[in-house]
Design a protein around this ligand. Structure first.
Ligand code: GSH
Length: 207
């Protein structure tokens, strides 16, 4: 049994970005399944961990950290301080924060919500949301022109936070073939030591 517990769900991109980072920095943890569709998360004791009722939540001994990006920052500062996942250079630091914000904003609104329609029949127009995703993907693709990584000449938390939901986009039927820079970058992330893939859902592209 480990001191660190990660409450999450195998189909959640938000959970995957944390699991990916834990694996890359080689930190052991217990995987705690939280039922996405069920009522369990809306009841105690889960609500005591995160009153917002959302996964992922990291529990490290007495420390409880909800929110995937907050968890990434906590882990980088606590367990990987000398690996530069959060660059000290002010402009690069700001840029990483920009991608963390985008991951909770535009990316979550577009790419990450697309699988909800195919997996959980969420009541919105999938095509409309796919449009949002394509705008976002075009933007990310332009940022990767002549760059292997989003912010620096090495991977940072910007790449970790963006990867899981962008690769998840394909589950929502968004076609990544037009985005050669993104495809190259996905491969770069997938080549990192400790990389673990997003778990495919049963629905995926076929839906
Ligand atoms: N800003 C949060 C968003 C987390 C989030 O949206 N989690 C989803 C699953 S991927 C969730 O728990 N949804 C259920 C709900 O909101 O009730 C983060 O980055 O962790």
């Amino acid at each position: 049994m480990s001191l660190i517990k990660l409450y999450g769900h195998p189909f959640s991109g938000h959970t995957h970005r944390v699991a990916l980072f834990l694996s890359i920095i080689e930190l052991g943890y217990d995987n705690m399944f939280a039922d996405l569709a069920g009522e369990e998360r809306r009841q105690t004791p889960f609500m005591a961990l995160n009153p917002a009722g959302q996964i992922p939540v990291l529990v490290d001994g007495q420390t409880i950290i909800p929110d995937s990006n907050s968890i990434l920052i906590y882990l980088a500062q606590t367990y990987a301080k000398h690996q530069d996942w959060l660059p000290k250079h002010p402009q690069q630091f700001a840029s990483v924060n920009r991608y963390l914000s985008l991951a909770s904003g535009s990316l979550a609104d577009g790419s990450t919500t697309v699988p909800l329609f195919t997996l959980f029949n969420a009541p919105h127009g999938a095509i409309e949301t796919n449009g949002t995703s394509h705008d976002y993907l075009a933007f990310i693709d332009s940022q990767l022109e002549n760059n292997d990584w989003l912010v620096a000449s090495r991977p940072t938390l910007a790449d970790i936070t963006q990867y899981s939901n962008i690769v998840h986009t394909s589950e929502g039927k968004a076609d990544l073939s037009a985005y050669s820079n993104i495809k190259h970058w996905l491969h770069n992330v997938e080549s990192l030591r400790g990389f673990i893939p997003v778990q495919d859902s049963a629905v995926g592209l076929a839906a």
